[in-house]
Design a protein around this ligand. Structure first.
Ligand SMILES: *Cc1c(COP(=O)(O)O)cnc(C)c1O
Length: 388
């Protein structure tokens, strides 16, 4: 694009009502934020599923580790090998029932790093149509052939696997929990198919870790089965920090440390960030009933209240609650009305979701109080009847 075309492009975006900007918000608890004018909001658009960002032990761990430097000083292979990240790798591997894990700087970089390093020309990646953008981008930079199958359509996936000849490696890559609908990937079928067609199965549990399975271990635990070759995840959602991980056999993790450019050429996250994620993981492992229980109870409570209020939403086993509105403007205006009244919801529009299915997406967390949930439903109901 010529730089002289930018203004025109921006005007187009504005005309289509798609111009986006950042609204500053300071989180004062895991469920409440204030803007620069001091207005308070109850937050339902955060991925802090277990409220770990404000847990006292997590804050304390991060605070202690800040004395090891506010930045890590370099990439881990050269200069930034902070203790906390190596400890975290070991404990994540144990949590995910894998030999080892590698920490990347974000979940986004993890997918780029894994697909870039492992898949290349001659290989084929089979990717769900609703996979996260970071998987899509990872497929692109890998330079492998990419076959996109319709969302969760196992018949279509098998057909593609059958008809795609390759002398190289096949990869099947999927979100564990899909971020827009909150539905769970069909792991039993995926494991069967990956066995039958000798594929490597990569599952990104960004929205599944700390959310599904009795102890929050994610998609594998949800189905009580193993069979995932590479478990990708993020530290930024239920683990209250920032960063991403890939857990797998040691051969694979060693290879990633040696050959994955996003791992090799980027300064690692700081000790305090690693310490926060490690403390959050330990809290979850020590007391899964407390965190998972609160998340489940809050989610069930919220869904029941919404139902009673006559607000319908897509079903699912996660705390992502999608309320489909149809038109883009309807979702945008509804979110704006709720925001005006102190409730933050996200309006999701194409291209994140198919045209005509624009929606409100709200996420319940373990940190919401009953009063906050009650207040949200009250506002949501009033905003619905106002003028739609
Ligand atoms: C959020 C998310 C990511 C990105 O993780 P970050 O740590 O925010 O970069 C990757 N994959 C999926 C499926 C996600 O939902």
């Amino acid at each position: 694009m010529k730089l002289s075309d930018i203004s025109k492009k921006l005007d187009e975006i504005r005309t289509e009502g798609r111009f986006r900007k950042v609204s500053d918000l300071r989180m004062v608890t895991a469920s409440k934020g204030v803007d620069r004018q001091g207005k308070e909001y109850i937050v339902f658009n955060s991925n802090d599923y277990l409220g770990m960002t404000h847990e006292r032990e997590v804050e304390k761990a991060a605070g202690l580790a800040i004395s090891y430097g506010t930045g890590s000083g370099g990439a881990r292979l050269t200069s930034g090998a902070v203790f906390e990240l190596s400890d975290l790798e070991r404990e994540i591997a144990h949590f995910k029932h894998k030999e080892d894990a590698v920490i990347f700087n974000t979940g986004y970089m993890t997918n780029l790093g894994v697909l870039y390093a492992l898949a290349g020309p001659g290989d084929v990646i089979f990717s769900d149509a609703l996979n996260h953008a970071s998987i899509v981008d990872g497929c692109r930079i890998s330079r492998a052939a990419v076959k996109v199958y319709p969302h969760s359509d196992m018949g279509a996936l098998e057909k593609l696997l059958q008809e795609t000849e390759t002398a190289g490696q096949r990869f099947i890559v999927t979100d564990g929990v899909f971020s827009m609908d909150g539905d769970v990937a069909d792991l039993p079928s995926l494991v069967k198919l990956k066995g039958k067609y000798e594929a490597c199965l990569i599952v990104d549990d960004a929205h599944a870790t700390g959310v599904i399975g009795e102890t929050g271990r994610g998609t594998a635990e949800y189905y009580h089965m193993e069979g995932i070759d590479i478990q990708v995840g993020t530290l930024s959602k239920s683990l209250g920090a920032e960063g991403g991980f890939a857990a797998a056999d040691r051969n694979i993790t060693d290879y990633l440390r040696n050959c994955s450019r996003p791992f090799i050429f980027s300064t690692s996250i700081a000790a305090s960030t690693g310490a926060a994620a490690l403390a959050a993981l330990r809290l979850l492992e020590k007391n899964p009933e407390k965190y998972m229980g609160a998340l489940r109870q809050n989610t069930a409570y919220m869904k029941e209240k919404l139902r009673k209020a006559g607000i319908s939403f897509l079903p699912g086993d996660t705390s992502i609650i999608p309320i489909v509105m149809g038109r883009e403007e309807a979702a945008m205006e509804y979110a704006a009305r709720c925001r005006e009244r102190g409730i933050l919801l996200s309006a999701i529009r194409p291209p994140s979701v198919p045209a005509g299915t624009s929606r409100i997406r709200l996420t319940v967390t373990a940190a919401h109080t009953r009063e906050e949930l009650d207040r949200a439903v009250e506002v949501m109901r009033e905003c619905l009847t106002n003028d739609t």
